[in-house]
Design a protein around this ligand. Structure first.
Ligand SMILES: Cc1cc2nc3c(=O)[nH]c(=O)nc-3n(C[C@H](O)[C@H](O)[C@H](O)COP(=O)(O)OP(=O)(O)OC[C@H]3O[C@@H](n4cnc5c(N)ncnc54)[C@H](O)[C@@H]3O)c2cc1C
Length: 393
């Protein structure tokens, strides 16, 4: 069955709430992704490769640093535009959205927010153009949900610090030119620093055999007595809160991105159900299929409203980390559920890559774990409600 034109669901006419600029940005990303990413993404995912040749085009669209000011090479857009961009990229693949999220929110944002003027001028314009790619090293083999327990250390050695430790599950690591790394100093304070590929003792082995995010490279960051010049320490990245602030920005983008994956799965399933006939009737005529479609659209609409309101709060600089947790958790779980329902509507066709459903479903299994797991985000909401942390000792 040939796929008809994409018909993005917008049941509550949220389009009417968007500015002309926001719609223009969304539509340009949608067009570009359809032309350049849709035709190749299945093949790259099958091969387990990141389509690096897309990087200049993604940069040209402003997907690297959408909300970073233009004076540093960013696109200077508002938070709803940023969200819509992530939605359009993740509609095609969560791995491509991960590439953009990491570059924007976990590499450019910490340099912009916590870096010196010199660091901003040195790195941000090149990151925005995609001339260099970054990664973000917080998770360690023994410390995922509890990054405060990290074992990576920096030791003062005059003009430089000596970095030791291992970071695990790091997106973009195998090809990144720079890494934003979090490590404890001799007083036990967490610091952020910029480590560059080529520094002696720094390596980035790839983690192979993933069933999820196959078009996004994941690796380790291994630091063995790496001498990092002190000028690479981000002067204002002090304490775990600094790292978590970057995650807030990325999680906000994920809350929008996941909607894109869900919108795509819903649209594919709807079109399929109208054309596929069983018992001499389109399967869309059966009540149980309609129940799935109606519930999918309801959940997508709720997620769209959540993301839109959160975007308004982000634009006013008022969104709290707990509000962002709620949206990330809800919207990713929603997208994973929608992908599973869509897969069932397609029957056996749901498992082959003629349709993008199974790839989205497998991708979302990572998205529900990274940037704070589904469980931890729930406990953040619980903490916000009660004032009692159920996850920390
Ligand atoms: C594809 C991929 C890409 C990633 N990219 C990056 C990256 O670029 N940079 C980076 O730093 N990290 C990255 N991560 C790591 C990711 O953020 C971690 O996997 C995540 O934080 C969870 O840590 P963990 O896997 O060690 O699980 P664990 O922390 O070991 O958790 C295992 C399970 O226990 C649950 N759990 C843990 N503590 C509690 C508690 N107190 N109460 C209830 N349940 C609990 C968790 O919810 C989970 O279900 C990536 C992960 C993946 C899969």
């Amino acid at each position: 069955m040939a796929r008809r034109k994409y018909n993005p669901p917008d049941y509550y006419w949220i389009d009417e709430l968007l500015t002309d600029e926001q719609k223009l940005v969304r539509d340009s990303v949608r067009r570009w992704m359809e032309e350049h990413a849709v035709p190749i993404i299945e093949e790259y995912a099958h091969r387990g490769e990141t389509p690096l040749h897309l990087i200049p085009g993604l940069a040209e669209l402003g997907l690297f640093g959408p909300y970073i000011p233009q004076e540093y090479g960013g696109a200077g857009l508002d938070q709803i535009s940023y969200g819509l961009m992530m939605q359009e990229v993740e509609r095609v693949d969560s791995g491509l959205r991960s590439l953009c999220s990491v570059q924007s929110s976990l590499v450019m944002y910490p340099i912009y927010k916590f870096g010196s003027e010199e660091q901003k001028r040195k790195y941000l314009p090149r990151l925005a153009k995609g001339e260099i790619i970054g990664c973000f090293g917080l998770t360690e083999p023994n410390h995922g949900s509890n990054p405060a327990g990290m074992e990576s250390t920096i030791k003062d050695a005059g003009d430089y610090v000596i970095l030791n430790g291992t970071k695990m599950w790091i997106s973009n690591a195998p090809f990144a030119d720079i890494a934003i790394v979090w490590a404890k100093d001799e007083e036990g304070t967490i610091r952020g620093l910029i480590v560059e590929r080529g520094m002696e003792g720094f390596s980035t082995p790839e983690i192979k055999n993933k069933w999820s995010l196959r078009a996004s490279a994941t690796g380790e960051l291994v630091f063995n007595e790496v001498k990092v010049p002190k000028e690479n320490l981000l002067p204002k990245a002090i304490g775990l809160r600094a790292a978590l602030t970057c995650l807030d920005s990325a999680r906000y983008g994920i809350a929008w991105g996941a909607i894109g994956a869900a919108m795509e799965c819903y649209d594919v399933a709807l079109q399929y159900s109208l054309e596929r006939k069983q018992f001499n009737r389109p399967i869309a005529s059966f009540q149980l299929i309609q129940k799935k479609l109606a519930e999918m659209l309801t959940e997508i609409t709720k997620a769209q409203l959540l993301a839109f309101r959160l975007g308004q709060l982000r634009n006013e600089d008022r969104a709290t980390p707990a509000q962002i947790s709620m949206a990330k958790r809800n919207n990713v779980a929603m997208a994973l559920w929608v992908a599973r329902e869509a897969r069932q509507i397609l029957g056996a066709m749901g498992i082959v890559s003629d349709y993008p459903i199974m790839r989205h479903m497998m991708n979302l299994e990572s998205v529900i774990t990274y940037e704070g797991t589904h469980e931890i985000h729930l406990l953040i909401t619980g903490y916000d409600i009660t004032g009692i942390s159920a996850f920390r000792g």
